[in-house]
Design a protein around this ligand. Sequence first.
Ligand code: AMP
Length: 292
Amino acid sequence: MSASASQRRALPTVRTVAELRGVVGGWHRAGDRVSLVPTMGALHRGHLALVERGRALCPRAVASLFVNPTQFGPNEDFARYPRDEAADAALLASAGCDLLYAPGVAEMYPEGFASSVNPGPIAERQCGPFRPGHFAGVATVVSKLLLQSQADVALFGEKDFQQFQVIRRVAADLDIPVRIEGVPTVRESDGLALSSRNVYLTPEQRTVAPALYRTLREMARRLDAGDTVAVVTADGLAALRRAGFTAIDYFEVADAQTLLPLARLDRPGRILSAVWLGKTRLIDNIAAIPRH
Ligand code: AMP
């Protein structure tokens, strides 16, 4: 099928666990492995990179679309989060997705729903204190999506690096039979990580935003050149303040697996950051590779 023909193809959509299991079960019986990309919609090239990676690993690709109320805090943007299912479905079809799973809130959290997944210490650092309950909400909904879909592989963006490591931890701890794969962050040409929330930036804030990734890159370069974590972190913070970020939730070098702070880069690290431009919170991160 040509690209334009595949773009016109309506994407099969299911809204219940029973229908989802019916389709995926059929694929498994036919011997096909299945990938899953969980999303909250407002899709962009970052999400499509996950679908394409899933497509490369398995013959069948499912994407889910669910704006999960339990991972938003009371003062966060749940109500105004951008929603456009028809546009998302068209993009997913163009990326080779076979099935959209778009459940309603009552399918995910029926009357009487009460359990939640607590991801433990890995969720208590970085974004954890600034977004109480967020990672329990993410861990619970992603565990449900993995178990509902029975996918063989699930793809997550490194853009949300702490989320990716939380999900790896939870899937391993709960013996969920799935392979969790990370996909590198997709960026604008000026380095800004694609995010559904970038639409909130004013034109002026949009010109400041790429300084976050520039600063992270510069930090990674200096760590690679042998500068200390303390000096590089202090200089990075100063650079962010000069660039015009209005608040900085955190900006730190952590162990890439456990996310515990690293005083010395003696193992694979990750520089993790969350900063504000007015009312919009941006997160980003970069690998910090130890020198040998
Ligand atoms: P979201 O819909 O924002 O919850 O994101 C769904 C998935 O897409 C998550 O695994 C994100 O980490 C991933 N994602 C979001 N933005 C990007 C990006 N710029 N590059 C790669 N993956 C991304």
